[in-house]
Design a protein around this ligand. Sequence first.
Ligand code: ADP
Ligand code: MG
Ligand code: ZN
Length: 566
Amino acid sequence: MEETVGIPMDEPVALSPQPGPIPAADALKKREQSYKLPGVKKDIEKLYEAVPQLSNVFKIKNKIGEGTFSSVYLATAQSQEGLEEEIALKHLIPTSHPVRIAAELQCLTVAGGQDNVMGVKYCFRKNDHVVIAMPYLEHESFLDILNSLSFQEVREYMFNLLKALKRIHQFGIVHRDVKPSNFLYNRHLKKYALVDFGLAQGTNDTKIDLLKCVQSEAQQESCSLNKCHEIPGNKIAVGGSAPKDLDPQATTKPARRPCANEQNQTKHGKDGKEGSVGLSVQRSVFGERNFNIHSSISHEGPAMKLIKHSKTVDVISRKLTTKKKPISTKVTTGGVIKKTASSGSVHLTCDCYATDRVCSVCLSRRQQVAPRAGTPGFRAPEVLTKCPNQTTAIDMWSAGVIFLSLLSGRYPFYKASDDLTALAQIMTIRGSRETIQAAKAFGKSILCSKEVPAQDLRKLCERLRGLPSNTPKLASDAQGLASPNLAFSEKTDHKSQVQHPENSLCKGDHNGHRSGSGTCTTNSEGWDEVPDEAYDLLDKLLDLNPASRITAEEALLHPFFKDTSL
Ligand code: ADP
Ligand code: MG
Ligand code: ZN
């Protein structure tokens, strides 16, 4: 990773490489020929227009990622030694809050650049357009390689993820969006990088000054709830409804990152369909399109792929609704009831008038407590229940969910479009009694319609991993939410969406890079004797109680890593 450079935000700046001449017309033409998607070409042109100084330094080659809050491009620059350097340009959406942008940049400049935390090279701004230039790390798509990783690779992946988390936690940064698409992994080079501090928050003693200005969303929410309580006879009740469409293109644009001191939000969405209360723009489970050239996904039309993804979500939730008695959960804090059924269907109630309807006052407030930023499937129980004191432990939970995917071969493991569905899914793995007990410890009371036992993690993972990917048993065998088969994500679904993960290894990837040992046999390596330590670490990461959950520093010293010279 490169050295970090701190750049003032007031002026458009580029430290190095030295600005070169504006690319000649024929060079431009050449560049255009390499564009894969017609839309991408337009986007690149727009970016040059919005931030003209980029063209002095970079040749933008392609778009490599697009999320709700940014678009990321691959560019090249001439280094001072005259070498061509690959750079990732993150163009933040212009509606991003300036403090939020500055905080993201400060995380990268202060904590980044070592221990698997992405650094920053330059930053450019013109008007409300900000572009962060980072060293480019070519990376694999998690889904593509998940089932071809050797057990040793999984161990290394986790070790390196924990190393990055230890680093940022030392700086009092809570990342809050730890998931595979934010942890870049180059299997060939064995390089890793934690990216995307767009949702980061500071601990009480954070060393990142600007994070002190970024108020936690839980605080914001408890404020808005408290405000609500001041109105006599009115309490909020919200259904944890699933957004109908997970296609980020269909969701609010311009969206807006959570930002400092915004409490009474205005809608940013055009149609108001999304819970677009400033701080509450939800980043869907598939909110990031990855155009990474390593990914087989990039060979499909991205819009098409996303539609398929969102369909899959529907299928899964429909599967859940077919059960006679879906598990339903309520989380209460001071009389406010949030109610949902894991079916994902909308059940709005409030307890203002003792009816099973939501009153007009509460209905009008619905936007205030709509699903917020983050990815439900990776959110810790204390986040899902909106515990106001959130610590670095929430990132450890997310690391646990990634580990669960790695050990079970299922991704995403928890596929929930809203918080309470995610909580219900957690209960089916960790046990309802256990979850309720833990929530009590952080001051939340959860009501659950059905008792489900905790699963044995080894049995669960072995069962999920051991099943042939195309077995029809898995889907049909999902008896109830308590069934260990229900990993909320099934291999059979992946198969219909994208190239089957196991194939990617056999074929090699599209750049001719060899993954692992370059053979199809890698994936069984080590999997027949997964040590107990692996499941012990998983158990400690997925500790329902944040107060006792293992820290990154402790996890690195866990016996699971003892034999690894990393
Ligand atoms: P967002 O806030 O929109 O999620 P991210 O910072 O997560 O933005 O970047 C989106 C995607 O762009 C990532 O998932 C990754 O695929 C790609 N990306 C981001 N930074 C880099 C980088 N430095 N090198 C290579 N790819 C990157
Ligand atoms: Mg991201
Ligand atoms: Zn009401």
